[in-house]
Write a protein that binds this ligand. Structure first.
Ligand SMILES: C[S@@+](CC[C@H](N)C(=O)[O-])C[C@H]1O[C@@H](n2cnc3c(N)ncnc32)[C@H](O)[C@@H]1O
Length: 260
């Protein structure tokens, strides 16, 4: 049933699904899982927002600034100079499965820093997630506490402003970052419905875990179709995707170049 949403969970995840959805069953006064899922997927479930509540419960949103930083080092030291040497067009990048935005903001800080060393370098960033709740947080760009561990003080001062609330312990992404990123809700299972163009680089990290093997193959191939020849796909450090396509070549652990 969940496959209608593109959520094709491996059998091992069913226990996790049940424990996460139980509170939604209680909140909506429905007594069994099939009835609840049918309701959440119905037009009434979309209208009342239950479908989004269900998606939020089923997805894990863990993320952080500069997560798996060796990939960002490769991006900064190899990918960006390679692009700048060979191209004059706008560099386009997609954070697919962006969660609360830390990945997209990290990428945008790196692109903006790179811009200082390369006159005329233009870029834009798209970021999408299936969960409306996290996309709203990403757009707000307000972070505090442990969320900020990966962010060094220099970048914090340069790209964030203090966020005024009761505690004054949070910061908010400033306009330099916000103006560059377009955050939207989107399901990777329906990429072909996205109004997205072709990309030089796609980051789709720690997001493919939600799909079973067949669905993963389909999503990976759809992502590859959205990458320009010579462009890159970054997946999470614990993920491998070379088995799904002959059109990519592994350059590093979890970094692939489109070759066909
Ligand atoms: C663990 S977070 C990873 C965030 C970030 N990419 C990172 O590596 O830090 C995974 C994100 O994938 C999103 N996600 C799960 N299934 C998705 C789908 N079918 N389409 C789009 N996003 C999805 C979840 O909502 C969640 O925010």
């Amino acid at each position: 049933m969940l496959s209608k949403l593109g959520v094709k969970l491996a059998p091992i995840k069913i226990v996790m699904v049940n424990s996460r959805l139980i509170k939604r069953l209680k909140a909506s006064g429905i007594h069994n899982f099939p009835d609840y899922i049918n309701y959440a997927l119905s037009s009434e479930g979309i209208r009342t927002g239950e479908q989004q509540c269900m998606i939020d419960e089923l997805t894990t949103h863990k993320t952080e600034f500069f997560r798996e930083n060796e990939q960002f080092e490769f991006f900064k030291n190899e990918v960006l100079p390679e692009f700048a040497q060979n191209n004059r067009s706008t560099f386009k990048i997609w954070s697919a499965g962006c969660s609360t935005g830390e990945e997209a903001y990290t990428i945008t800080m790196l692109l903006n820093e790179f811009k200082f060393s390369k006159n005329g370098f233009l870029y834009n960033v798209e970021a999408t997630d299936v969960s409306k709740a996290v996309v709203e947080k990403a757009i707000a760009g307000i972070y505090g506490g442990n969320n900020l561990l990966g962010l060094d003080d220099k970048l914090k001062k340069k790209y964030f402003i203090p966020f005024k609330d009761d505690k004054n312990d949070k910061i908010q992404a400033g306009n330099t970052l916000k103006e560059k990123i377009k955050f939207t809700v989107g399901n990777l299972a329906n990429i072909n419905n996205y109004p997205l163009s072709m990309f030089d680089v796609i980051f789709c990290r720690n997001t493919l875990i939600y799909f079973d093997d067949n669905a993963k193959r389909e999503v990976v191939n759809n992502l590859i179709r959205k990458i320009k020849l010579g462009g890159y796909l970054f997946v999470g450090l614990s993920e491998t995707v070379s088995q799904y396509s002959k059109d990519i070549k592994q350059m590093r652990p979890s970094v692939y170049k489109k070759i066909g």
